[in-house]
Design a protein around this ligand. Structure first.
Ligand SMILES: [Zn+2]
Ligand SMILES: [Zn+2]
Length: 289
């Protein structure tokens, strides 16, 4: 009964909420595309890293780029796997050195670290990427983002020359569907005084509006558990982005999605759409031009 009621309210409330939230954006995307799409992946577990070859093969077969939020300790441990990402021209994002509140570092939480430890985490991943892969990330994702994101991190990232962070859930920000410069007092808000770097929010679930549209929402919370529903939800989000000129920025956990028919269908749909499929870095650079 409760499930039924929840399904009813999502189907009635979400379309209205989206209409109110998203605004048609005067800014146009490259090559006349109606919207931009980024597919990105976070590597929290060894089982995520193990999916890199399979993901690369799949993206190669569609000639599509993607972004990868990597953890410094894994980069050092699994050099060959991570080098494959760079070899195919994909973007490597900084996802900290030890991923606080994850299997490598279960005792710390990112938003409780304090400035010194926080910068160590950022710099540690940066150094691992430079030493092992020969690239310096320009984008960052807070471990578990959302509630564990912090105001403090934006000043540190700006100081270190980052172009963007992608660490918020779209519908909890004032983004209205496009990149924005986070406010220096509240990163969820736009407007002065603001940072020079951008925040690229992760798109929220088109059906449920508030939760972020990630593979945890779809598979672990079982909100879109049945086969095909994951792809159908992507297609729905893409229609919203096309209609309002938005940035459909998505991240998935490789261990949930690699090897699934749904992910293959998502790539096929993205490939055959009019959307500009780009890395987060390409979107940030284009937006900052
Ligand atoms: Zn993570
Ligand atoms: Zn949902």
């Amino acid at each position: 009964m409760i499930r039924k009621a929840a399904r009813f309210s999502a189907s009635v409330v979400a379309p209205v909420a989206w209409r109110l939230y998203l605004r048609e954006n005067a800014r146009k995307w490259p090559r006349g595309a109606p919207c931009a799409v980024t597919l990105s992946f976070d590597y929290d577990y060894v089982s995520d890293v193990a999916c890199i070859p399979e993901l690369c093969d799949l993206f190669d077969s569609f000639s599509l780029p993607s972004s990868h939020a990597v953890v410094g300790k894994y980069v050092e441990r699994f050099k060959r796997e991570h080098a494959r990402l760079v070899d195919r021209g994909d973007e490597v994002m900084n996802h900290t050195y030890s991923h606080p509140d994850g299997p490598l570092n279960p005792d710390e939480k990112f938003n409780g670290l304090g400035a010194k430890r926080m910068e160590e985490e950022i710099a540690g991943c940066e150094k691992a990427c430079e030493r092992v892969l020969g690239v310096k990330p320009v984008g960052f994702r807070t471990p578990h983002f959302g509630n564990l994101n912090s105001q403090q991190v934006y000043g540190l990232l700006e100081k270190r020359g980052y172009l963007y962070s992608s660490s918020t859930n779209l519908t909890t920000t004032q983004s209205r569907g496009v990149p924005y410069h986070p406010n220096k007092r509240d990163f969820r808000k736009a407007g002065a005084p603001h940072y020079k770097l951008l925040e690229l929010p992760v798109f929220s679930c088109p059906t449920h509006y508030y939760p972020v549209f990630d593979s945890w929402h779809c598979f672990e919370s079982k909100a879109h558990y049945s086969h095909g529903d994951f792809h159908a939800t992507f297609a729905k989000a893409l229609r919203l982005a096309e209609r309002y000129g938005s940035y459909l920025n998505l991240y998935f956990d490789p261990r949930h999605v690699a090897g699934t028919k749904d992910l293959e269908k998502i790539l096929e749909t993205a490939k055959h759409s009019r959307a500009w499929v780009a890395t987060s870095r390409q979107v940030a650079e284009w937006w900052l031009k």
